[in-house]
Write a protein that binds this ligand. Structure first.
Ligand code: ATP
Ligand code: LTN
Length: 334
């Protein structure tokens, strides 16, 4: 809690571009949360360097991601949107929490095992302690809720364990965070393999619609979307490709899947794919226009980045000072 308000924290890495899945499944639903929660959305660049990055590329992707948050409708006056590397408390708290985390706990993390296998030539200590930094992100703001995908639930569980362990020794220091399930949109599937979710790290660019794709690219990707040979537009398990297109069309137009099925009754797949593509183009158009406008307005964006980092710095320092005192660091007389 900060004051009377519950706190929500989430972070995203600037690896790959955001997809239509991220937008319809997460971002779009986050917009209204600022009324209910005090929200912090961090671009977690400290996490990004656990795998080797090109510096210019990382800087540019991080700025695009931050801009995209705002373009998608997160008002930067109401939501604290900032770079993790601008607030030194993340690394400081992570160090302290490292000293309360067991090697065995980190050894069990499935993301570490996956990433270590993928980057066998660079299994660094940062990659191993990545979940502790994530715990620090969350606990630093006394977050009550954390919206995350399924793959991050194990890290959130570790966060809760660390907070409870710390509290058991030092008293009530940290809020114990809960995963935020809330109102989630449809799970959007890959356009090339509807048994998989649409993901920003998919190697096949035709599998995902990126939020910055231009209209021609969007239409082309929908034309190539994998469907089936049934020839009927029905919302059922046996037709996962068509079902996914119905979900996308419905999410973009605000119709129910049943209404969509009725609308396209007797129509061919070609015509339907075209309509889905156009619905996505119109949904993303305002977001893309806003993105271009914001991205060019360097002074405005820099102002937002600075103000929000200061805000994050202010709230994080409260927790950090308390923790430092609890563990026995000397009082600051400056
Ligand atoms: P990565 O490919 O790097 O794992 P991702 O695209 O799967 O990334 P995450 O960063 O894991 O996305 O998730 C960010 C948020 O977007 C989460 O809240 C997650 O539930 C949501 N999300 C991601 N993909 C989809 C999808 N295909 N459909 C609906 N929601 C999604
Ligand atoms: N590990 C997460 C990103 C992340 C995060 C966080 C999410 C870093 N710190 C704190 C929620 C809360 C990921 O890779 N999706």
């Amino acid at each position: 809690m900060i004051g009377e308000q519950k706190v929500l924290f989430s972070g995203m890495q600037a690896t790959g571009s955001l997809t239509l899945g991220n937008y319809l499944g997460a971002l779009k639903n986050w917009v209204s949360l600022a009324d209910e929660y005090m929200t912090f959305y961090s671009v977690v660049d400290l996490h990004s360097i656990t795998v080797r990055q090109d510096p210019a590329e990382l800087r540019s992707r991080a700025r695009r991601l931050l801009t995209l948050y705002i373009a998608a409708g997160l008002d930067p006056e109401k939501n604290c949107i900032y770079y993790q590397s601008h607030v030194s408390g993340h690394a400081e708290l992570a160090w302290i929490l490292n000293c309360f985390t067991y090697m065995g706990e980190l050894n069990r993390m499935t993301q570490f095992k996956d990433k270590a296998a993928k980057h066998a030539d660079n299994i660094n200590a940062g990659l191993f302690t990545y979940p502790v930094l994530m715990a620090a992100d969350i606990l630093l703001y006394q977050a009550d809720v954390v919206p995350v995908g399924k793959d991050q639930l194990q890290h959130l569980e570790l966060t809760r364990n660390l907070a409870q362990r710390f509290n058991a020794i030092y008293g009530d220091v940290f809020t114990i965070p809960e995963p935020y399930m809330g109102k989630t949109g449809a799970s959007i599937k890959s356009l090339q393999d509807p048994s998989k979710k649409m993901s920003k790290s998919d190697e096949n660019p035709n599998a995902s619609i990126y939020l910055t794709d231009d209209p021609d690219t969007i239409i082309r990707k929908f034309k190539r979307a994998v469907t089936d040979s049934e020839g009927q537009i029905l919302y059922r398990e046996e037709q996962p490709g068509i079902r996914n297109l119905i979900d996308i069309y419905s999410a973009c137009t605000g119709k129910t899947p049943e209404e969509t099925v009725r609308e396209f009754d007797g129509k061919g797949y070609g015509e339907f794919k075209m309509a889905v593509g156009e619905a996505v183009v119109s949904t993303l158009r305002p977001l893309q226009e806003r993105f271009q406008q914001l991205f060019q307005d360097k002074a405005y964006l820099d102002g937002i980045i600075k103000e929000n980092a200061q805000k994050a710095q202010y709230y994080s320092a409260k927790t950090l000072r308390k923790v430092q005192k609890k563990v026995g660091f000397p009082e600051r007389l400056f």
